[in-house]
Design a binder for this molecule. Sequence first.
Ligand code: FCB
Length: 450
Amino acid sequence: MPANSPFPYDFIWGAATASYQIEGAAHEEGRGESVWDRFSATPGKVRNGDSGEIACGFYHGYRDDIGLMKELGLDAFRFSIAWPRIVPAGRGAVNQAGLDFYDRLVDELLAQDLEPFATLFHWDTPQALEDAGGWPVRATAEAFREYAAVVVQRLGDRVRFWTTHNEPWVHAWIGHAWGEHAPGRTSEADAVAAAHHLLLSHGWAAEEIRREVPDAQVGITLNLSHAYPASDSPEDEAAAWRVDGEGNRWLLDPIFRGSYPADLLDRNELVAPLVEDGDLQAIAAPIDFLGVNYYFRFVVSGGTDGPQMERIANAQETDMGWEVYPDGLYQLLMRVTRDYAPPAIYVTENGAAFGDVRVHDGRVHDPERTAYIASHIEAVSRAVADGAAVRGYFVWSLLDNFEWAHGYSKRFGIVYIDYPTLERVPKDSFYWYRDYIASARQAPRPSSVA
Ligand code: FCB
């Protein structure tokens, strides 16, 4: 380890983004419609009627943003590939211009010595597939496998780190049961079916990646929140276990154990008819890493209406209303290590929204975000010291961007975007992260020793 850093030399420092949130160019060069285009265009779904139509203009301005990554001293950039750019109708004809874009992006990252961490799906399903039944039907998993094969055939000679899905729980439940994300469905049965097909397609896509890229590092990213009982009463303990089952184990168990959690009987009833021979083997095929996205914890109490989420009085909260609780990340990393022993873990997202403003000196002073990131990196360092196989940390996000149903009203970036002009303004947290990364590497890295 470097003399003054709790992190090993080869620890990967990164920043994360997602296609729909940053690219814009929604109607350019053959891109098809996604469920997020349709959802954003539906009145009342996204705050202020915002959409990803222009977003941060990354599709055209990616070279300059890679310049910012260099200035930060990042090792890696996490981005996602927009399925409707590659297969605009979801199945069938491939759009070469879409592949060309990611080809140029990957080449520029590599030219600047940045490791591309590609995610195949960050929620922008082609609308044509939604019209044909969407993730609740099995055919969408088959379509995803075809799409994955096309992408790895093109990029697999240069991209080593592949994430199949980002946060299948969020896409399944918030998009299919709660109706707050695209595609805006409101059926628990649809959510359970969508989650199963997302997991199944993860397993199938992993097979495609391994076939094409022998030295690939393949993983999946989950949103995980450690669930704390509000007290040590048996009711609260049971409620916390239930929330852990619904939010964490429902995904972790199939991936690492090849079975759905036996205690979630109502969900098991919904999923059982969908599970075909071989599905759980495909889902549980070994992965190389688990991606963990962490923002907050759950504090849960039991009650006659089922588990209740408690809000902690006087806790610091972000602009999302999420409690700032860094030790929850430590506990989570240790728990995942103890119960599932992933060969490697990357914290693929962690960060905070605050109401940033650009002040008279032209800069953006965001001490709360810096404190948030610093305290969570410290939590990661404790987990590393205690034996968790964490190999990297990605801040969410490089840029302010389209925060789903909140539109542009929530700013997560370490770089401020002036949306009318798309000007980039690095925030104070950007300079803090740059200096932190540099200090974490005070000793020479192995590659520069030889
Ligand atoms: C995660 C998403 C990411 C971003 C952050 C704030 O759930 O993966 O796209 O919206 O939350």
